[in-house]
Design a protein around this ligand. Structure first.
Ligand SMILES: [Zn+2]
Length: 77
C-alpha cells in the first residue's frame, strides 16, 4: 500500500491586493477601508489628510466595492 503524500493546500495570496486605496482628496495611497459587517457600515479613513467617511455596506460587499462607492460619492459632489 503506497502512502500517498498529502499535499497541503497552499494559501495563495492574491497579488497586488493592497489594503490601501487612493484618496480622492489628497491623491495619496493612504486610504483604509474597514468593514463593520454587524453595523453594515464601512469606515473610510485617510491617514494622510485625515479624510473620514462612513459608507453603507451591503451583503457581499468587498472593500473594493465599498471604496468604489465612497470614491464615486466624493468625486460626484
Ligand atoms: Zn487623503
Amino acid at each position: 500500500m503506497g502512502r500517498r503524500k498529502r499535499r497541503a493546500p497552499r494559501q495563495v495570496r492574491r497579488p497586488r491586493r493592497s489594503s490601501f486605496f487612493r484618496c480622492p482628496r489628497c491623491m495619496h495611497n493612504s486610504v483604509t477601508v474597514e468593514i463593520d459587517r454587524k453595523g453594515k457600515v464601512a469606515l473610510i479613513a485617510c491617514f494622510n489628510c485625515g479624510l473620514k467617511d462612513t459608507v453603507p455596506v451591503y451583503g457581499g460587499d468587498e472593500t473594493e466595492d465599498v471604496y468604489a462607492r465612497f470614491y464615486d460619492r466624493y468625486a460626484g459632489e
